[in-house]
Design a protein around this ligand. Structure first.
Ligand code: NAD
Length: 487
């Protein structure tokens, strides 16, 4: 909501985008449609160009054709406007290890900068396999691609490492080439409207904010559930698992939005510091605590035997130990949150897709004029007006007035996450990107779980496709006298 307003008021931006992996899935499904939306609103207009790079020897025309095809899948605009947009696209065949190719890229970027008067600004977008992130960043620096009098912003996709050691190594490589202030690490959940609205909701609802602590909260639940299996991403998933793919990044960042201090802070430095402090207070887990507080699952076929079990998916080992489901209890040592369990859960082949935060208040919250044991739900994927629920019904109809949306929506169509993040990159706003210090703390925490799991063979598969995961996920909460709100 706030975002749409800033967006409307903003003026045209100028930059040369260099997209590494310009022929890839992310570029076509997310980046080009997002850039097109920005073009239609005028944020990108005359002073921008996009260089797509990949290994294939494409011509500019062929590349433009692929861009237009990707737009036609999402938009029904006149083809003419798509063609006008595509005139800003150029292709450069590129091998990430070849220094000569970076020189060619530098020259093309300089030429396009003159042609489009792009202000010497560069956005280097890594839409490429993570193993190339460090190599590309180093070459951008060593081959002198960075301009002197514009900005040079490096955008890194997830995953940022696969454990603390590899994340440290990657960070070492990119920070030799780019200062932290110019690094934009993407976690696309931070581009979602509801997540961006959480600080506004907290800042504009004093009773709610006063209740967000261990005096009044019984527990907080974060669920990111998918109904699909791994589809054609089995090869990638075998190297990840849901703990790395969803918990280390998205779930931790969602917790950061709801649980960090001082939601009124406007300064990116303060906001990041508060999040870093929160993650630094994560309560470490001993191996025995991992066994007690985290459960893992892997999907089997469905009741009828129609769906593939995970181990039958393409590029998945027959005896795979990779988890497709996890549920856990995360705790913090901070003054504000000590004693409050944050139950997290994410899985594939669950009954429905769901992305939600359920905040369960205790009895004492009546001191603040909130009904005892109220459950406040924030639905992260906002599909209609019913995005905040109180005890399962729309908050406006709940009869409780401790929560209001700060502003009514001005636009019917919300910004897509990638669109919003690209606006931030162009505006130099790093609030909705992850800092290295945050990642260091969350990786350390996740590693302690991963190491324990890797040392013990799991009894997989252990949940039927289309169910809520293994029974142990229910028991995790029952043991504490709690239960999942989304069930
Ligand atoms: P992809 O395999 O579809 O595309 C990879 C791109 O890299 C292609 O353009 C390919 O030509 C290029 N490439 C490969 N080897 C190269 C080399 N040696 N030199 C130069 N170019 C080379 O991958 P993707 O799905 O688009 O993912 C790209 C990145 O985005 C990955 O880091 C991925 O983890 C991340 N990501 C993707 C998605 C998604 O929805 N696809 C979502 C989140 C994050």
């Amino acid at each position: 909501m706030m975002l749409s307003k800033e967006f409307k008021m903003d003026t045209e931006k100028s930059a040369i985008f260099i997209i590494f992996g310009g022929s890839g899935d992310l570029a076509h499904r997310k980046l080009y449609p997002s850039l097109f939306r920005l073009y239609k609103t005028g944020l990108l207009k005359d002073h921008f160009a996009v260089i797509g790079t990949a290994r294939r020897p494409w011509s500019d025309d062929y590349f433009r054709g692929t861009v237009i095809t990707s737009l036609e899948e999402s938009f029904d605009d006149d083809k003419k406007i798509m063609e006008e947009f595509a005139k800003h696209f150029f292709y450069q065949s590129h091998d990430v290890n070849d220094s000569e190719h970076y020189i060619a890229l530098k020259n093309l970027a300089a030429k396009l900068d003159d042609q489009f008067e792009a202000g010497h600004n560069r956005v280097y977008y890594m839409a490429i396999a993570p193993r190339f992130f460090g190599t590309v960043a180093e070459h951008l620096n060593s081959e002198g691609l960075k301009t002197k009098d514009g900005y040079n912003r490096l955008v890194i996709e997830k995953p940022f490492g696969r454990d603390l050691d590899s994340a440290c190594e990657l960070n070492g490589n990119i920070s030799k080439a780019f200062p932290e202030d110019d690094i934009y690490r993407i976690d696309h959940y931070l581009g979602k409207e509801m997540i961006q609205d959480i600080p506004n909701i907290r800042a504009n609802n004093p009773k709610f904010e006063a209740a967000l602590n261990n005096k009044y909260v019984s527990n907080i639940q974060v669920t990111l559930a998918e109904s699909l299996g791994v589809e054609d991403r089995g090869g990638y998933y075998e190297t990840a698992g849901v703990l790395r793919d969803m918990v280390q990044n998205h779930i931790m960042q969602i917790i950061g939005s709801i649980a960090s201090d001082d939601p009124e802070a406007k300064d990116a430095g303060v906001i990041h510091k508060n999040k870093c402090d929160l993650f630094a207070s994560l309560k470490n887990l001993t191996p025995e605590e991992v066994d007690k507080n985290f459960v893992r699952g892997q999907y089997d076929t469905d009741e009828l035997g129609d769906e593939k079990a995970y181990r039958q998916e393409d590029k998945v080992a027959e005896d795979s130990q990779i988890e497709t489901f996890t549920a856990g209890k995360v705790e913090f040592n901070s003054k504000r949150w000590s004693g409050v369990p944050f139950y997290v859960r994410s899985g594939k082949r669950m009954p429905n897709k769901a992305s939600r935060i359920d905040i369960v208040f205790n009895e004492k919250v009546s001191e603040l004029g909130i009904k005892p044991n109220t459950v406040l739900t924030l639905l992260i994927e906002r599909t209609n007006d019913h995005s905040i629920l109180i005890n399962g019904i729309d908050y406006k109809e709940s009869g409780q007035d401790f929560i209001k949306f700060p502003e009514e929506p001005e636009f019917t169509k919300a910004c897509e996450a990638y669109e919003s993040l690209i606006i931030d990159i162009l505006s130099g706003n790093r609030v909705h990107f992850t800092l290295w210090d945050e990642l260091r703390s969350t990786w350390k925490y996740i590693d302690s779980i991963r190491e324990r799991w890797d040392s013990q063979k799991a009894d997989f598969p252990n949940y039927i496709s289309g169910t809520m995961g293994p029974d142990s996920a229910e028991m995790l909460l029952e043991r504490d006298g709690n239960s999942w709100i989304w069930d």
